[in-house]
Design a binder for this molecule. Structure first.
Ligand code: ZN
Length: 319
């Protein structure tokens, strides 16, 4: 029997929690749904991630407005995925910031990704008709951008740490508070989506660079806020372990002349005990293994996911 496609039958609303991490630093988590955040400057706001639709984003802004009425000057997008960016118009931001590669990915595959993600995760697209079109960053960078928050608030550093979840992930780092918004480069008790990933870079140099920041609180792409150095290291370690296990299992099957389906079954068996109960595990794994296989086969850049390819891979592996 083929399992219900991706998260298409996950229709139960998740409980959202707004957490104040420090004076003027906010995170909204939602039991494994995509996280968002905000940081106050003296007379402006920096928002991190935009959710899937303007309707969803306006609900988040409504919660944030209980704490601050400052205007949104900067909207920071950690990467190009639809459920992170298509709510952007609700913020009325002066500047929309992303990595150079994210702009390229939106141009190259933003349309296909929108359709793919809508099919995989329909519940996240609250009021899909409110999306005015693709979201285009108005400021992009290659290595780093620093936002001076004014007063004695210090700086918010946006940094590119290498290829990982996509080829254009950025993180937002508050050195004065040692708080890191890691985007989908780190997940806290939520399964990894790696269908557009560069597993070998991500599991080595990129996560090394994330760990080297020395964060004492971390907001991952999904899952609860992580507090304390040990817990941050554990979240980074779990992310790395998930990637390492997939690489190991898929590589062994490939080298042994096995099939993609056999690689999927091996990775599933090796990961299920530790991660099988985490949100979106069953949803992600077919797409993840397909990309690991492709990467290990020497295909540099991920093949574009379309609604048709999603179904083909799903039917091939989750049956
Ligand atoms: Zn993503």
């Amino acid at each position: 029997m083929v399992k219900a496609f991706a998260s298409s039958t996950d229709l139960t609303e998740k409980e959202q929690t707004l957490e104040v991490l420090a004076d003027g630093v906010y995170a909204l988590t939602a039991e494994g749904d995509p996280n968002v955040g905000a940081v106050e400057g003296e007379d402006f706001l920096v928002c991190f991630e935009a959710l899937a639709t303007p309707v969803a984003a306006r609900k988040w802004l409504g919660k944030l407005r209980e704490y601050t009425d400052k205007p949104v000057r900067y909207l920071v997008l950690s990467h190009y995925h639809a459920v992170r960016v298509l709510g952007a118009s609700a913020f009325d931001a002066e500047v929309i910031i992303a990595h150079d590669n994210t702009r390229g990915l939106i141009a190259e595959r933003g349309e296909q990704d929108w359709v793919s993600e809508l099919g995989r995760m329909p519940r996240l697209f609250d009021g899909p008709e409110s999306i005015p079109g693709l979201t285009w960053p108005t400021l992009t960078f290659s290595d780093a951008v620093t936002i001076d928050l004014g007063g004695d608030r210090g700086a918010l550093e946006l940094r590119y740490l290498g290829r990982g979840h996509t080829e254009g992930d950025l993180v937002a780092w508050l050195p004065r508070r040692r708080i890191l918004f890691a985007g989908d480069l780190v997940e806290a008790q939520a399964a990894l989506y790696t269908g557009d990933a560069f597993h070998r870079d991500w599991s080595t140099s990129t996560l090394d660079a994330v760990a080297a920041l020395g964060a004492e609180a971390l907001v991952g792409g999904r899952g609860a806020v992580v507090h304390g150095r040990d817990a941050v290291d554990a979240a980074i370690g779990q992310t790395r372990h998930f990637l390492d296990v997939m690489l190991r299992e898929v590589d062994a099957v490939r080298k042994g002349g096995g099939s993609l389906k056999e690689a999927f079954d091996a990775a599933h068996a090796a990961l299920a005990d530790d991660y099988g109960n985490w949100p979106i595990f069953e949803h992600c794994l077919p797409f993840d293994v397909a990309r690991v296989w492709e990467e290990l086969s020497g295909v540099q850049r991920p093949t574009i996911w379309t609604a048709e390819r999603d179904r083909e891979v799903w039917d091939q592996l989750q049956s």
